[in-house]
Design a binder for this molecule. Structure first.
Ligand code: GLC
Length: 448
């Protein structure tokens, strides 16, 4: 017997088949949508991984550094050049105050707080010991070979070391010099002075003949520049501040008292203006450039600025004056780079240091600013020597500089000296009293 398939059954069967087909199509459609969506999701994920994330990670890393205002402005062409040539790094320069102590304070408080915003520390040579001892700097010793370091002045490299490790790469060096007015000296037939007494005598003659209002300008404000300047007068008097090896303090010795007396005399004899005890580098530079002063103690940066002032062509520089039979003292100053130990971008920070220390970058910068390079070869570099003829002679001076004591307590020692020098220079203590008190306090500091 055949199953009886009537019409109704046939229609039912047909419907059933159609439904099955529709269901299977729907299921197929559902699955293929699922796969398509999954595919799309995977593709999007891959796009994120392969395109978007790398694009984000290619955002330049920002390297920050705090720099004194005057130099921050002078750096602008270098910063532009660096950023244009390093698409993965953005160098950001934060402009600070001009006073070196204030910049040091800003770095100090940033480092004390822990997560410093600065990757690089652009440091005065005298900060290195303190910053390194506090653990704020990262060791650079493995980033340079001894051979590479030989290209720089020895004093600049030594000044960047703490306990045999290197924490600062020098960028530019500095040494105190005596500026004098060639035209005024010629008018009275005087040779540039070598001794303290000659400087006083020439100043007085020029003042008597109404050729100069002031004889001598120096940095007398109570700040780091006062300590730097004083080391030169101290050396010229045959004295010393602190012997870093024996910790002996020399501030109450007769030579040191004579050094303070010389500076005080310039004020009481009216050779230096009474306001000199409030002047830093820039105040003395501007006054000297205004044309009514015979001598100025300052750093070499003044040379190029004064060459564009009213006294252009009428001044020269020479090593500092000294007592008969003693040596000229040029305080070793200078600025260089360290990398903050907290920086998350140490390699990028090192790339900045490398760029700033390229000979061609340095040449361009020093030609424009008149600062003194730290690369020895640039002291005899023809384009630089043509513009700054004193450079070869200056090399000798900065190769035999006077150091401010390279000790971890330098900041406190300098603060003590500044306070007592200030008291003696403004006449509130005699040089003997002031230097006796400064010595006692310094000894107590070193014994702590
Ligand atoms: C200059 C020197 C620096 C010194 C400072 C004092 O910037 O380079 O070493 O401490 O003057 O004002």
């Amino acid at each position: 017997m055949f199953p009886v398939v009537n019409c109704k059954n046939l229609v039912m069967l047909q419907k059933h088949r159609i439904n099955r087909q529709i269901n299977s199509r729907l299921l197929h459609l559902k699955y293929s949508r699922f796969w398509r969506n999954l595919g799309l999701a995977i593709a999007s994920l891959l796009a994120v991984l392969c395109v978007i994330i790398p694009a984000f990670s290619q955002q330049p890393v920002t390297v920050r550094v705090l720099v004194q205002a005057l130099e921050a402005a002078q750096w602008q062409p270098l910063v532009k050049d660096f950023n244009e040539n390093h698409e993965n790094i953005r160098l950001e320069v934060i402009s600070g105050p001009n006073n070196t102590n204030l910049v040091e304070d800003l770095y100090t408080s940033a480092f004390l707080l822990g997560d410093s915003p600065y990757d690089l520390a652009y440091m005065d040579i005298v900060w290195v010991q303190k910053f390194a001892a506090a653990g704020w700097l990262s060791d650079l010793s493995n980033r340079v070979t001894p051979g590479q370091l030989q290209a720089y002045l020895e004093g600049d490299i030594d000044g960047g070391r703490y306990q045999d490790k290197l924490y600062r790469m020098p960028f530019r060096t500095d040494g105190g010099m005596l500026y004098y007015r060639t035209d005024l000296l010629e008018k009275i037939g005087a040779e540039p002075p070598d001794t303290f007494d000659e400087l006083i005598e020439i100043s007085q003659r020029l003042q008597e003949e109404d050729l100069a209002q002031w004889g001598y300008l120096w940095q007398g404000r109570q700040y780091e520049g006062l300590s730097a300047m004083f080391t030169e007068i101290l050396e010229g008097s045959g004295g010393f501040w602190i012997d870093p090896d024996t910790q002996e303090v020399g501030l109450d010795k007769p030579e040191a008292i004579a050094a303070v007396q010389f500076l005080r005399d310039t004020i009481t004899k009216n050779i230096s203006p009474p306001g000199v005890t409030t002047y830093a580098e820039e105040e003395t530079r501007r006054l000297f450039e205004s044309g009514n002063t015979a001598f100025l103690r300052n750093w070499p940066y003044v040379y190029s600025l004064a060459s564009n002032s009213d006294i252009a062509g009428n001044f020269a520089i020479k090593p500092m004056v000294h007592a008969p039979g003693k040596n000229s003292g040029a305080c070793l100053g200078g600025w260089g780079f360290g990398i903050a130990s907290t920086s998350r971008h140490k390699d990028e920070a090192w790339a900045v240091i490398n760029f700033f220390n390229k000979p061609e970058v340095q040449r361009k910068y020093f030609l424009e600013t008149g600062y003194v390079p730290s690369r020895i070869s640039l002291f005899n570099d023809p384009p630089l020597v043509e513009k700054f003829p004193y450079l070869p002679n200056l090399l000798e001076v900065v190769q035999n500089p006077v150091l401010r004591p390279p000790i971890a307590q330098y900041a406190q020692a300098s603060d003590i000296l500044q306070r007592y020098l200030s008291a003696a220079l403004t006449g509130s203590r005699t040089p003997e009293q002031a230097m006796q008190a400064a010595s006692n306090e310094t000894r107590a500091l070193l014994n702590r």
